[in-house]
Structure formats: structure tokens, C-alpha cells
Write a protein that binds this ligand. Structure first.
Ligand code: SR1
Ligand code: MG
Length: 428
């Protein structure tokens, strides 16, 4: 069968049937070495949506990701177009010139199988698992801050003439199923009694009932939902939580951009920031006799702060050095006396991104605590009372971020509002 014929027919791959289509690519065969029938193949996907295979040959290994036509987490009763794999590849192509080695190498995309052959990241692990295990990553916050600044700046109207962004908008406007999931699972379901929701019960029953009675909170979440749909500032990853980052001590990679679309920059910022906060709130649940997690908690908060500062600094530097777009045209600010006005406008824009980051972070936290798809930061805490206490504290912080934004104008105010973990809490 030719490569073309194989790639036209979609079927769900398994560890036997993927050998044919993968083996058709001479460069992948060379990378793996040996014959397809001798390769070791195992399915390792643990996410909500896709199949993920590791293929190992005598010379090397690759990762193969295939989009299923339904949600893996729910099964065939919840269909979802596998087209998201196309947009994942389109996103990688769009940001690759700007983000260097912060994304994996892509070897092939099979448009018929909705399947990508990419670099196997090893010995990397998923960041969320590393944070649960109490590991530290010295480059992480700077790398992700740089990543979001570069990916978002260079896909915004600040960097290029608007025609370029409009082409991107037209392309990614078709990535509707992931946007539908976000609209429903982040900005709607958590705030009413949707059958898809779950929470730690009975421990969180009262907190969840209070959340669903809280009119100002629901209005704030709805405003961020509206912003999500109405502010195509840049091409955003769309799902930049700690499960979408793979790490070693010295290397950071962003993966899984299948939710990519033109949206608010604060959505990516908030995803990463909110998941660091979730990790912080889950730490008492991972404390042991030997490790009270107090130091780890402090480190996580330092990273949250460093992430924002890195993003802010890099975004401003790019704006000053590469602002060739139709937003804030350079011609308007060419005289020395224009510098102050531009600087003030830049600061004001970064302030709006900061506020957006916090609001979206809060929405992301709430959905992981009381919505459909939870996170193992909390789910792996077996003592339900302890888990409930951790989750209730995280929920309270998220509610405060959404309902009292005036109290969180700076990172210091955010960090100060996070209750210091006590030795007693950590030891429980
Ligand atoms: C039903 S899909 C649930 C979540 O998994 C993905 O990682 C996204 O975060 C999505 O919201
Ligand atoms: Mg994902």
C-alpha cells in the first residue's frame, strides 16, 4: 500500500497497526533502526483526549500521537472530531520560528490518520507529576514565561501587519470543538448542577453550593468566558496547564496545543499560573514524615512570580525591539518625546494582561475542583478529608481572585493573599 493510500483512511491505531504507516517514512525508519516488526510499541496516553504511543527501535525512539474521534476520558458516547490534530500541527508550525527548542521536533503529520510522529521526550516527565513528587526545575518559570511572551507576541498585531494575523484567524477559527469544550467545561458547567461535574463529597458540598449561589462570582466567570470568545489578541496554546509541559531539570517543552485558537493572551498566562496555584494548594496532601513540603510550596510561589516577571519583561522587550505591526504603529512613536506615552501605554496593556491572567487562572482552578476533568494534584490525595481541605482552600482563593480583583493589582498582593502553609498543615 502506498503512503498516500494509507493516509486517506482513518482508523484507530494500536500497537500493531501503527507499524505500517509509521514504517512508511524512511526518515523515521532510519531514526528507529531495525524493521517495523521488531520495534517495541506501547500506548502510554494518560490524558483526556488522545492515544499516545512510544515506539522504540534499536537506534532510537519516537512518540506517536493520534487524535481519537471521541473524548478518551468519556468514551465514544462523547464524540469529538479528530481535526484538532491538524490544528495542533498548525500551531506548532506557527510558533516554531519564535520558540526554538521549547517545543518537540515534529517528524510527520498524517492528515488522514490525524496522527503526529514527533520527538520522544526522554527522560522528561509531565510537569504536574514532577510538582506532585516535590521536584524542582530551575529553568521552568523563565522558560514558560519566555515561551508565552514569544509565541503570543509574534502572533499578535504588535509584531506583523494585520493581514498575517487575519490569515491565522481564518485558519484557526475552524478549531471549534476544543473551544466548545472550554466554553462548556470552564466557563459554564462548574457554576450550575451539570451532570458532568463532580467534587469531593460531602466535604465540599457546602462550598460548592455557595459557589453556585454566588451571583457576582458567576457574573465574573461569565465575563471571562465572554473575553475568551471575544479577544483574539494572539494565537494561544489554549490548554497550557502543567500537564502540557514536559520537563527535566535542565529542559522544558510545551506539548499538546490542540486547543489552539486566536484568543486572549491572559488565557495561556492564567492556565499556567492557575495550575501552579493548584499545585501549591495540593502540597499538604503530599507531605510525608520526611518532607513537610513547606520549602516546595515556597519554591512554587517563587516560580509563579518569576513566570509573570519573565513574561512581562520579555513581552515588553519584544514590543520595543520588534514592534512592526499595525497595533501601536512605530511611526506614531518615532520622536524621543513619544517614548513616555508609549511606555505608559505598554505598562497599561501589561496591567490588563496581569488582571486577565488572574481571572482566567481562577476560572481554570474552579473547573479542576468542581467540574468534569480534575487533576491528579488533588485526585491522588487518598485521604478525602485532607483532599477536601486542600481543595476548599484553593476554591476560596479562586473565588477571591474573581470577585475581588481590586485586591490583586500586583504579584505581591496575590502572593500575600495565599495563606502560608503551616508546619502542622503540612504534616497532616
Ligand atoms: C473533556 S476534555 C477535558 C480537558 O482536557 C483537556 O486537557 C482540556 O483541559 C480539557 O478542558
Ligand atoms: Mg491536553
Amino acid at each position: 500500500m502506498t503512503e498516500q493510500a494509507r493516509s486517506t483512511a482513518y482508523r484507530t491505531l494500536d500497537s500493531e497497526s501503527l507499524r505500517g504507516p509509521i514504517g512508511d517514512h524512511a526518515d523515521v525508519r532510519a531514526l528507529l533502526g531495525g524493521r517495523p516488526q521488531d520495534w517495541q510499541v506501547r500506548e502510554v496516553g494518560d490524558g483526556n483526549l488522545n492515544l499516545v504511543f512510544i515506539v522504540e527501535g534499536p537506534e532510537g525512539s519516537v512518540c506517536v500521537k493520534q487524535a481519537l474521534p471521541y473524548l478518551r476520558a468519556a468514551g465514544p458516547s462523547w464524540p469529538m472530531s479528530p481535526e484538532r490534530a491538524f490544528f495542533e500541527n498548525a500551531y506548532y508550525s506557527a510558533v516554531a520560528p519564535y520558540v526554538g527548542t521549547l517545543i518537540p521536533k515534529i517528524y510527520h503529520y498524517d492528515a488522514g490518520l490525524y496522527c503526529t510522529v514527533m520527538e520522544r521526550l526522554s527522560p522528561h516527565i509531565i510537569l504536574r507529576q514532577g510538582l506532585i513528587a516535590g521536584r524542582r526545575y530551575p529553568n521552568l518559570a523563565r522558560d514558560i514565561g519566555e515561551y508565552v511572551a514569544r509565541a503570543c507576541f509574534f502572533t499578535s498585531d504588535l509584531a506583523w501587519p494585520f493581514e498575517r494575523k487575519m490569515d491565522g484567524l481564518a485558519l484557526f477559527a475552524a478549531n471549534k470543538p476544543p473551544v466548545r469544550i472550554t466554553v462548556d467545561l470552564i466557563f459554564a458547567d462548574p457554576y450550575f448542577a451539570s451532570p458532568r461535574n463532580r467534587h469531593t463529597s460531602p466535604q465540599l458540598d457546602e462550598a460548592v453550593a455557595a459557589l453556585r449561589r454566588d451571583g457576582p462570582l458567576k457574573a465574573a466567570a461569565a465575563r471571562f468566558g465572554q473575553k475568551f470568545l471575544n479577544e483574539p489578541q494572539a494565537l494561544v496554546h489554549g490548554d497550557l496547564h502543567s500537564g502540557s509541559v514536559m520537563v527535566t531539570e535542565g529542559d522544558t517543552r510545551v506539548i499538546d496545543p490542540e486547543f489552539a485558537f486566536y484568543g486572549p493572551i491572559g488565557f495561556d498566562l492564567g492556565a499556567f499560573f492557575g495550575n501552579l496555584l493548584l499545585s501549591w494548594y495540593s502540597q499538604p496532601g503530599h507531605a510525608t514524615r520526611d518532607d513537610d513540603r513547606l520549602g516546595h510550596g515556597e519554591w512554587i510561589l517563587e516560580q509563579a512570580s518569576l513566570f509573570w516577571e519573565t513574561f512581562r519583561g520579555r513581552f515588553l522587550a519584544l514590543w520595543s525591539g520588534h514592534g512592526k505591526g499595525d497595533a501601536f504603529p512605530a511611526a506614531l512613536f518615532s520622536a524621543p518625546h513619544d517614548a513616555a506615552a508609549l511606555r505608559s501605554a505598554q505598562d497599561a496593556f501589561l496591567d490588563t494582561l496581569f488582571a486577565d491572567m488572574l481571572g482566567f487562572a481562577a476560572c481554570k482552578m474552579i473547573r479542576r475542583l468542581v467540574g468534569f476533568a480534575h487533576v491528579i494534584d488533588f485526585d491522588s490525595i487518598r485521604d478525602a478529608d485532607l483532599r477536601g481541605r486542600c481543595e476548599a482552600s484553593a476554591l476560596a482563593m479562586a473565588r477571591a481572585l474573581l470577585t475581588h480583583p481590586e485586591q490583586f493589582r500586583s504579584m505581591a498582593q496575590v502572593i500575600d493573599a495565599i495563606p502560608r502553609m503551616t508546619r502542622r498543615q503540612a504534616a497532616r
